[in-house]
Design a protein around this ligand. Structure first.
Ligand code: CUA
Length: 143
């Protein structure tokens, strides 16, 4: 009888987790990290402007920096961030914008962020990647 209770509780907890997962996916629609097919062009760190206020930034993470390290974006722009790595797994976090991606060699992560307020947005690596990890940062300057 006791076992039944345990199994019941376990199933209930699992169901709750699954529910939360789907709920989060629904609530953050379009904000969920996309998986894109990879190609070598993602290893070319750059900023490109699509139109007046749409930008794309291609980040390459490596021990222990991001390239480009400083990016200037006009206020009100929408920016697609693409992140890949040249070596180990790195993190890519912009805490003020709820961005949390992983930089993985041979793969690319993408998210889109709208910058309505001017400021200096810190990009930090939040995945331990070696002795230089704590200094691995970049900046997005919105003005
Ligand atoms: Cu890169 Cu930690």
């Amino acid at each position: 009888k006791f076992e039944r209770t345990v199994i019941g509780v376990a199933l209930l907890v699992s169901a709750l987790f699954i529910f939360c997962l789907f709920y989060a996916m629904g609530a953050k629609k379009g904000n969920v990290t996309e998986c894109l097919p990879y190609d070598k062009s993602y290893e070319d760190a750059r900023v490109s402007q699509l139109d007046k206020n749409t930008y794309q930034v291609f980040y390459v993470a490596r021990m222990w920096n991001f390239e480009p390290s400083v990016v200037y974006i006009p206020v009100g722009s929408e920016v697609d961030f693409f992140v890949t790595s040249k070596d180990v797994v790195h993190g890519f976090e912009i805490s003020e914008k709820n961005v949390n991606l992983m930089g993985v060699q041979g793969a690319v992560a993408k998210t889109t962020v709208k910058f309505d307020k001017p400021g200096v947005y810190k990009v930090t690596c939040h995945e331990f990647c070696g002795t230089g990890h704590q200094n691995m940062q970049a900046e997005v300057i919105v003005n």
